[in-house]
Design a protein around this ligand. Structure first.
Ligand code: ZN
Length: 427
């Protein structure tokens, strides 16, 4: 169009009556308007097996010396963050540590970016191997990104560096094991110790070396124990203790718990607490109190069978919670009705019920295989006879299953939970 022609058109447009333009606007459609931005935010795909060797490794390896893991900040885990995501000290990379004993599949790592005001899918992790640690640098750091927001608009942003003070991380996955771990809400911080054990300490030393094979089992024990505390059965028993277990719990002065005490203790057991996990000598089933939580060798493989292990594990836990042998929180005690009542009795029976139901993060002793003959070089104990044969072990579990008050109670009175949709479901 010539300049003269343009002028003619503009003048004609200016002469159009105002009313007509309203009509034209009503008929205007915007289909042809070009999208001004293009979403170029990239979700990284991270494949553990394809990362450079120096960026990916397994932790708690059987052959590692205990000196690699005891008293180390790097070997500290939180029960409410069993897959931890941190910024590396060196650069703008993320470091993921899995305190899961099992591989987790199909995980999306999302980060809240303050400039965007929402969580973005930063990386897709096709698997997170059990007991692993790996680092990668997210692609969005150090470049300008344009991304589509939830309301359909676009945001252009640039993060020169990772800023974990203001960014937040969350992991999303439909993996069943991952969902169990994510339910755990006990705020326990756990690390490992050899305590007074040294290579020359001798048999009189009350502690033994905490080699990685023991530390792996501790992770399983602590995860299962904390998970038990998230189940509807646990909640139910702590509101109906005497009805289920045949008597009440009592404190160090033998004062029976009332409804309030059950609830306040329930909260306290899951509150912020530091535990330093170790192995006591076989002279002691366990040693515990304060932050010290140690048990001896048979507990590390017995716990899968419910009737073994939990007596010492839960006993020492209750010393850490301030209970003495005067209370039935440490040892079960016969009440006037002749029923053996106590915290440890409750816990092994709850473990047995949930284990049979498949409602625990870890139910299979073959996953880590502590008891297996090929792992004997990595431990300093033998395996008791009944734990050497699957059929014999199963017979023993069955015997205890039939004796359990809690199992009988929940078989006759299934727990119902109200789901988010208000539907009643039998658990
Ligand atoms: Zn004790």
């Amino acid at each position: 169009m010539t300049r003269k022609g343009l002028w003619a058109l503009l003048c004609a447009a200016m002469l159009l009556p105002v009313a007509c333009s309203t009509v034209y606007e009503d008929e205007t459609v915007y289909n042809d308007i070009e999208i001004p931005f293009k979403d170029d935010f990239r979700t990284d795909t991270v494949t553990y097996g394809k990362l450079p060797a120096e960026h990916a490794r397994h932790i708690l390896n059987l052959a590692d010396p205990s000196s690699e893991i005891v008293g180390k900040a790097d070997y500290t885990f939180r029960t409410d963050e069993l897959i931890s995501v941190r910024q590396t000290a060196e650069d703008d990379s993320l470091r993921i540590t899995s305190w899961s004993a099992k591989t987790i599949y199909d995980v999306t790592l999302e980060m809240y970016i303050p400039e965007v005001g929402e969580y973005l899918p930063v990386a897709y992790l096709d698997s997170i191997p059990g007991f692993s640690r790996f680092t990668f640098k997210p692609s969005f750091v150090g470049r300008r990104n344009v991304c589509r927001t939830a309301d359909g608009g676009f945001v252009s942003f640039e993060c020169p560096h990772l800023d974990m003070e203001h960014m937040m991380v969350r992991l999303q996955s439909d993996d069943e094991h991952f969902k169990k771990l994510q339910k755990i809400d006990a705020k326990w911080t756990c690390s490992f110790s050899n305590y007074s054990w040294t290579p020359t300490a001798g048999d009189n030393c009350p502690y033994r070396e905490l080699r990685p094979i023991y530390a792996r089992e501790w992770v399983v024990i602590v995860s299962n124990y904390a998970y038990m505390m998230t189940t509807p059965e646990y909640d139910y028993v702590l509101s109906h203790f005497s009805e289920v277990m045949g008597g009440d719990l009592c404190d160090n002065d033998k004062i029976l718990f009332d409804a309030d005490k059950y609830q306040t203790e329930k909260e306290r057991f899951k509150a912020e607490k530091t535990f330093i996990l170790g192995q006591s000598s076989p002279a002691y089933g366990g040693l515990g109190g304060g932050y010290i939580w140690t048990v001896t060798d048979w507990n590390f493989y017995g716990h899968y069978a419910s009737f073994s292990g939990w007596e010492a594990i839960a006993h020492e836990f209750m010393h850490c919670m301030g209970y003495s042998h005067n209370s039935n929180m440490t040892y079960g005690a016969n009440n006037e009705a002749g029923v053996n009542v106590g915290w440890t009795v409750f816990i092994w029976q709850l473990h047995m019920w949930l284990s049979r139901k498949g409602d625990l993060p870890y139910t299979d002793r073959n996953l880590l295989g502590f008891h297996k003959p090929e792992n004997a070089p990595y431990r300093d104990c033998d395996i008791n006879a009944i734990f050497q044969d699957d059929a014999v072990l199963e017979q023993n579990i069955e015997k205890f299953y039939k004796q359990s008050r809690l199992v009988k109670y929940f078989t006759e009175h299934p727990v119902t939970v109200t789901t988010a949709k208000g539907k009643e479901e039998t658990k």
